[in-house]
Design a protein around this ligand. Structure first.
Ligand SMILES: C[S@@+](CC[C@H](N)C(=O)[O-])C[C@H]1O[C@@H](n2cnc3c(N)ncnc32)[C@H](O)[C@@H]1O
Length: 215
């Protein structure tokens, strides 16, 4: 494993072992499994009950509940994450809820070479963390069927008044999670996808971006 991936793996293994802290930050950041931001990002994917969807860097599985509402038993959800501890929690969540159509893979998303194409790819709160974000976006493009849909939740600094005065604080919070807000993720996504959806949320600190694969 590359050294930068190993550092992130250890960071997220440690965070997942301290679930109380993890969950408290989720409550403050409104990113729990009932989050309206997750609901919105998943709603733009156009899922049906037999969709095949990839949750890239799925973490502890906080998107699963809402995805499962669309899929029913016919669809399939593949979750990939580099942190084995996060995936252990995701697996327990799937087991507890009898979500038998979920496959979990412990690897770097950039090493994933599947034999299938996906109807939809979701990536929440991760593009600012995974070191080689461009290769994740390239890969998302390659993994999607023609006209397949991509959706993400990104993190950024706020340009809204008065919340932009909290940017100094947010920078410190983002540092704990290894978030790099200086990346031009939207620009790179736009070069590959037809953007269908863009909304800013959480006082301008999050954005939801959805698009269709360009031929
Ligand atoms: C802030 S968490 C977000 C988790 C999840 N998507 C969510 O919305 O709750 C970022 C996740 O990215 C994962 N990650 C970091 N680098 C990765 C990589 N190269 N491949 C797969 N997952 C990675 C971390 O282990 C962590 O679970």
């Amino acid at each position: 494993m590359k050294q930068e991936d190993e550092i992130l793996k250890q960071k997220y293994d440690k965070l997942a072992k301290n679930m109380l802290f993890y969950y408290l930050t989720m409550i403050v950041g409104r990113t729990t499994e009932n989050s309206i931001f997750r609901k919105k990002a998943i709603s733009v994917l156009g899922l049906t009950n037999n969709s095949v969807i990839l949750d890239a860097a799925c973490g502890t599985g906080y998107n699963f509940k809402m995805i499962e509402r669309y899929l029913g038993k016919k669809g399939k959800l593949v979750g990939i994450d580099i942190s084995s501890e996060s995936l252990r929690l995701a697996k327990a969540l799937a087991h507890k809820n009898n979500w038998n159509n979920i496959e979990l893979l412990n690897m770097s998303i950039t090493d994933y070479k599947p034999k299938i194409l996906y109807d939809a790819v979701l990536c929440t709160y991760a593009k600012e963390i995974i070191p080689n974000f461009k290769s994740v976006i390239d890969m998302t493009y390659n993994l999607l069927k023609p006209n397949g849909i991509f959706s993400m939740i990104g993190m950024k600094l706020s340009s809204q008044i008065p919340y932009k005065h909290m940017n100094f604080f947010l920078k410190r919070v983002y540092k704990i999670w290894g978030v790099d807000v200086s990346r031009d993720i939207i620009g790179y996504v736009k070069s590959k996808f037809k953007i269908n959806f863009y909304e800013e949320h959480f006082f301008g600190f999050y954005y939801i971006l959805g698009g269709t694969k360009l031929p």
